[in-house]
Design a protein around this ligand. Structure first.
Ligand SMILES: [Zn+2]
Length: 45
């Protein structure tokens, strides 16, 4: 669900957020990741 208007989206790219807990995700090489390190490590367990 998009809550950001298209115009605003192009103006300011919002920081990526973890799809699980909502924490901001720092841009990394693994940019395809949708979850933060904490949630990812939880799943690997
Ligand atoms: Zn998370």
């Amino acid at each position: 669900m998009l809550t950001t208007k298209p115009m605003d989206f192009f103006r300011t790219l919002p920081p990526k957020q973890c799809s699980d807990c909502g924490d901001p995700i720092e841009e990394q090489a693994e940019s395809y990741l949708m979850e933060c390190d904490r949630c990812l490590s939880k799943k690997e367990d």
